[in-house]
Design a binder for this molecule. Structure first.
Ligand SMILES: [Zn+2]
Length: 132
C-alpha cells in the first residue's frame, strides 16, 4: 500500500470530491488534473452526493494482504446519483444480502492498518441506504 499517496488523497476520498470541467462540464471521480474528454485543465471541485446503487457485486474470499482483515466482503461497482461508477467495498451487511439495484450511501470506515502500531487508513465504503 502506498501510504503517502493514500494520505494525500484521503481528504478528497473521505468527502467524495470530484472535479467538473469548466469547458465541457464532465464530472469525474477521483479528481483529475486533466479532463479525460476535452483535455482542459480548469475545474471546479464538486461534492458528490454519496448516494447510489449497486450495479454489480461479488464476494471476495481471498483478498490482497492489506484487506485480509475484511474477508469475506462484498466488492461492488456503485453507480452514484451523478452517474459516476466507482468500485467500493459494501459494509454493514452480509455479502450474501447484497444485490443489484440495492440503494447504498457512502460511509467512512477503517480500510487497512500497518501492524498494531502503524497508521490506520480510512476510506469510503458503501452501506445500505436506510433513509432514502
Ligand atoms: Zn472537459
Amino acid at each position: 500500500m502506498q501510504i503517502a499517496k493514500s494520505w494525500r488523497q484521503q481528504p478528497s476520498n473521505l468527502r467524495l470530491e470530484g472535479t467538473r470541467c469548466t469547458r465541457c462540464d464532465r464530472l469525474e471521480f477521483p479528481a483529475v488534473i486533466r479532463c479525460s474528454a476535452c483535455g482542459c485543465t480548469e475545474f471546479e471541485i464538486c461534492q458528490l452526493s454519496g448516494k447510489g446503487e449497486v450495479v454489480v457485486a461479488t464476494t471476495v474470499f481471498e483478498a490482497a494482504r492489506d484487506f485480509g482483515e475484511h474477508v469475506p466482503y462484498s466488492a461492488a461497482i456503485v453507480k452514484l446519483a451523478e452517474g459516476i461508477h466507482l468500485a467500493a467495498m459494501i459494509t454493514d451487511v452480509e455479502p450474501r444480502d447484497v444485490y443489484v439495484g440495492m440503494k447504498v450511501e457512502m460511509v467512512t470506515r477503517r480500510i487497512a492498518a500497518q501492524g498494531d502500531k502503524g497508521p490506520i487508513l480510512y476510506a469510503y465504503k458503501f452501506a445500505p441506504l436506510l433513509m432514502p
